[in-house]
Write a protein that binds this ligand. Structure first.
Ligand code: 13P
Ligand code: SF4
Length: 331
């Protein structure tokens, strides 16, 4: 007899002290089962406040890891420990090399303030925390960079070169990308690591022109992980929650094309909302989690043999927590 996953998930959620969390990029059927949803910042804040001892996180690895770091007493399971491709572009040794790149060019280590996008491994967050730095997300990067600049130090921004450059432009700051042309840290305020999101690289200025020609007056809203040229050509850029708010507040007759992951745009799609791409911009790792995975993970708690539990060593928790808490303290 086949299992009714939805009914079983509902039953298990009632019987266990568990909170199911899902990022907007999850498949619809998984997303619908969640108790907590939101952008990366909201998920971190809400999970920290949540009282259940068990968290089942449907998302990518760094998200579950961040919950474990800010709430080490919780048992965090992930139906799929899928790794965000951008987060995988940097590890502790690449981070150290980036610091060395700057010290080799005359910036003393104590004059570097690192900021890591939350899309990074806990080991990178720990290195950032040890150097007095902070985590940021796409929704608070402006404030976090502003706070970082108060130190008078050079900002080393990892791993997303697009996010770093986009906020530098928004704030009227100079930025450069390590490995792209001349990148002299003495001449820039923000020195970016050369990472990127392959999904958000799919959106191009040509896509924007296509929609502007087809539907004059259309609005274009994109995620700041898109290329700076794309963000410059758009009407609005923001985190996933900010994109949803922007689209919801438009007049229902206003056409809008949205440049972010497919599952989210498809969910918000009404008659005037379009996906800003000729291809289907799905995040492969976010899409890995299925309803069956969610059911099996919850069942493993009931059976007393939890699967896919997230563990982070004590040293990493200590310093990654500093970087995350510094972010959470910025309102
Ligand atoms: P948000 O913080 O905007 O939800 O972004 C997460 C992410 O991975 C975007 O690709
Ligand atoms: Fe990572 Fe990009 Fe997927 Fe977001 S969309 S989780 S940045 S690979």
């Amino acid at each position: 007899m086949s299992i009714d996953y939805k009914a079983e998930i509902e039953r298990l959620k009632k019987e266990l002290k568990v909170t199911v969390v899902a990022h907007y990029y999850q498949r619809d059927e998984v997303f619908e089962m969640a108790d907590i949803t939101g952008d990366s910042l909201e998920l971190a804040r809400k999970c920290k406040e949540d009282e259940n001892p068990w968290v089942v996180f449907c998302g990518v690895g760094f998200m579950g890891q961040s919950v474990k770091v800010i709430a080490p007493g919780k048992r965090v399971l992930m139906p799929k420990i899928a790794c965000c491709a951008m987060a995988r572009m940097i590890d502790g040794s690449y981070f150290d090399e980036s610091v060395k790149y700057m010290t080799d060019r005359g910036i003393a280590k104590e004059n570097i303030l690192p900021i890591t996008y939350i899309n990074s491994d806990a080991s990178v967050k720990a290195k950032v925390g040890e150097m007095g730095g902070m985590v940021c997300t796409s929704s608070n990067a402006f404030k976090i960079i502003q706070k970082g600049l108060e130190s008078g130090k050079k900002i080393l921004f990892v791993p997303d070169r697009c996010l770093g450059q986009n906020f530098a432009i928004q704030m009227g700051l100079k930025s450069c990308v390590i490995g792209e042309g001349e990148c002299d840290p003495k001449e820039s305020d923000i020195i970016c690591y050369n990472g990127f999101c392959s999904v958000h690289q799919l959106f191009t200025v040509d896509d924007i022109e296509f929609y502007r020609n087809k539907y004059p007056g259309i609005k274009i809203a994109v995620h700041p992980e898109c290329d700076p040229e794309v963000v410059k050509a758009a009407d609005f850029s923001g985190s996933t929650s900010q994109l949803i708010k922007y689209v919801n507040e438009l007049d229902p007759e206003q056409k809008v094309a949205v440049g972010t992951e497919y599952n989210l745009v498809n969910r918000m799609r009404k008659k005037n909302t379009y996906v800003l791409s000729s291809t289907k911009p799905e995040c492969p790792t976010m899409n890995e989690t299925t309803l069956e995975d969610l059911y099996r993970t919850l069942k493993s708690i009931e059976d007393g043999h939890p699967v896919n539990e997230i563990f982070v060593d004590e040293h990493t928790v200590k310093y990654a927590n500093l970087a995350l808490e510094r972010m959470l303290a910025v309102k």
